[in-house]
Design a protein around this ligand. Structure first.
Ligand SMILES: *Cc1c(COP(=O)(O)O)cnc(C)c1O
Length: 436
């Protein structure tokens, strides 16, 4: 028999769990326990020696179960399975995406350090970076998808603190406009500023495209971060986060997590294990639906412009970067409706199957208005610069039948009174052509 290694989707049902340790149960029970009983005092001593780093692991030695803030079977099985998608050494799961993100910032940024961050980023990240980090003496500079390598380096040099650059933090594609940041370029800049004493860490928030459609560690990133609330959880019924990376960096992340106490609960981990079994089929259906919807929107007379990676033209620079970084265009679509807030709201208020809610990556399709909802806190100048206009609507596409989603969008767009002189109704023919 030839050697064969299983794909992550084949391992999501069993990897890292031994039924014989749980009465033969095919699925792990919820280990709803705060503490674990040691067989002997010597065993307890050995576990603590590893937990506190008093000595290194012996060959094949694993950290034993001590206390659920440090480790728990549900947490460990989940972390082991998440490692498979990103081919990471280790993973730490958190009680939210924001606790994963803030823990990474707090571990790798010290007073006087410089953080380079891509903009726009998730609202919670933006607030932490621009309000909390400066209060502990961290300097922050931003760049966006339009900046060249030379321009980014010039920005770093202009601060006069290039020697204190400690982290490059990237969110790509950007929310809500799907602008892409080049991860390999960021990794190259990080190497340029790393010294033997200080490694510049590249951290990528991969919530929009992972863990299926992009693998930032393979592109040179050191840490990958998720809001597991989104695709990984995928059912809009929990909040969680994750960080993945090499053993050295993850040891630091996990140690700080032990003391902040922001690990996910056994129950949340159990739900995430269940979600992971269908991750690939869900995400594939979502991106197939999204591609059809984006094409339909692009052809619709009441739509001015659609921002979706699956519409990038071959031969363009963007398409080249897309091919390098992603294996599918994802399930997040933004588009400008002809008109302004009034037209956008009319559309949103008339949707019947889509739910009017923020968040993303879930089984059900969602719609929202970034300018007044997720990005309400962004100042006007930045909104203009980033293209977050009053006409912009963001969709997260779910697993429903695509013809139902297309019908819903079509009828809601029909409710918008004619904006210009002519109102053109989409015909049945337009609808069916979007299905292929
Ligand atoms: C939702 C989200 C977060 C925050 O995650 P929570 O689980 O809500 O704390 C961070 N980054 C991105 C890109 C997100 O979409």
């Amino acid at each position: 028999m030839s050697k064969h290694s299983f794909s992550p989707e084949s391992l999501m049902m069993s990897y890292g769990y031994k039924p014989e340790l749980s009465e033969g149960a095919i699925k792990p029970p919820v280990f709803q326990t705060s503490t674990f009983v040691f067989k002997t005092a010597e065993e307890g001593k050995a576990f603590f020696e590893l937990a506190y780093g008093i000595r290194n692991k012996a060959q094949n030695e694993e950290l034993g179960l001590i206390y659920s803030r440090i480790n728990n079977p549900n947490l460990e099985i989940l972390e082991n399975r998440l490692c498979l998608w990103d081919k990471a050494d280790d993973c730490a799961v958190f009680e939210s995406g924001m606790s994963a993100i803030s823990t990474v910032f707090l571990e790798f940024l010290k007073p006087g350090d410089l953080l380079l961050i891509s903009l726009p980023v998730y609202g919670g990240t933006d607030h932490f970076v621009h309000h909390y980090l400066p209060s502990i003496g961290v300097n922050v500079i931003g760049f966006n998808a339009s900046h060249t390598e030379e321009e980014i380096i010039a920005k770093i040099e202009q601060t006069g603190k290039a020697d204190r650059l400690s982290m490059i933090y990237v969110e790509t594609p950007a929310n809500p406009t799907n602008q892409m940041i080049d991860i390999e370029r960021c990794s190259k800049i990080a190497k340029q500023y790393s010294t033997s004493e200080k490694e510049v860490v590249v951290a990528v928030d991969n919530t929009y495209m992972g863990p299926l459609w992009s693998h930032p560690i393979q592109l040179g990133a050191d840490l990958v971060i998720y809001s597991a609330t989104k695709y990984i959880g995928g059912h809009s019924d929990l909040i969680a986060g994750a960080v993945l990376g090499n053993a050295t960096l993850m040891k630091r992340v996990k140690t700080l997590r032990t003391f902040l106490g922001n690990m996910a609960s056994p129950n949340t981990c159990w739900l995430l294990l269940r979600s992971l079994e269908t991750l690939k089929v869900r995400m594939e259906q979502q991106t197939r639906n999204a591609q059809a919807i984006a094409q339909f929107l692009q052809a619709h007379p009441k739509v001015e412009q659609v921002y979706y990676l699956g519409l990038l033209k071959e031969g363009t620079k963007e398409h080249e970067l897309y091919k390098r970084q992603y294996t599918a265009p994802g399930a997040m679509i933004s588009f400008d409706i002809k008109g302004g807030e009034k037209e956008a709201f009319t559309f949103l208020n008339h949707l019947k199957l889509f739910k009017l809610a923020v968040s993303l990556g879930s089984t059900e399709s969602l719609a929202q208005h970034p300018a007044t909802m997720t990005h309400a806190g962004v100042d006007i100048a930045s909104k203009i610069e980033l293209g977050i206009s009053e006409q912009l609507v963001r969709l997260s596409i779910g697993v429903e039948a695509v013809e139902d989603l297309l019908w819903d969008i079509d009828q809601a767009l029909d409710q918008i009174p004619p904006f210009n002189t002519q109102q053109i109704n989409t015909s049945e023919a337009d609808l069916s052509s979007a299905l292929v």
